[in-house]
Design a binder for this molecule. Structure first.
Ligand SMILES: [Zn+2]
Length: 164
């Protein structure tokens, strides 16, 4: 707000552009708002843009009619889906040795390594910092520091079912 006020007289085109083009959509990209939405860590559209670029390249390189292009597109989508499922399986069943502690017994093998890592980071953060903003609960559906504090283990019930 300070920057905005400093600029508004001298750079009115800039502040007007910011106000009318970006600030009207602030709830969609500013952490003050997005941190209250369950987004599972996806805060950019990079993956969708990457998939779109792959599809565009494939269609550009594809020689043939609509049916041939459709088949190639369908095949690309099926292959990508299979790769994603395989990566989920690998992530759930290849358990990092740091998660072999009893604290993770009830959830190990049901959730991904990434999920275990996020809970571990939160647990460590809570032990050293002590405060909790419940961000992990709100954005990932995972137990936050205040839920983990004082527990000897974590349970599957504390994790949003979409995570397993
Ligand atoms: Zn909390």
């Amino acid at each position: 707000m300070q920057l905005f006020n400093m600029c508004k007289d001298k750079y009115s085109n800039f502040t007007s552009y910011c106000s009318t083009t970006w600030l009207v959509h602030k709830e969609k990209f500013a952490k003050a708002w997005t941190n209250h939405v369950m987004h599972f860590g996806t805060t950019t559209s990079n993956r969708a843009e990457g998939a779109h670029a792959s599809l565009k390249k494939m269609l550009r390189d594809c020689k043939g009619d609509l049916a041939t292009s459709w088949d190639a597109s369908h095949s690309l989508t099926c292959n990508r889906h299979t790769e994603i499922l395989a990566s989920f399986e690998r992530s759930i069943h290849r358990i990092d040795h740091i998660f072999m502690f009893p604290f993770y017994t009830n959830i190990r093998g049901f959730v991904s390594n990434k999920c275990l890592q996020l809970i571990d980071d939160e647990h460590i953060r809570m032990k050293s910092y002590g405060g909790c903003d419940c961000l992990l609960r709100e954005t990932h559906g995972l137990p936050c520091g205040c839920e983990l504090a004082g527990h000897r283990s974590t349970t599957l019930l504390s994790i949003n079912s979409i995570c397993y």
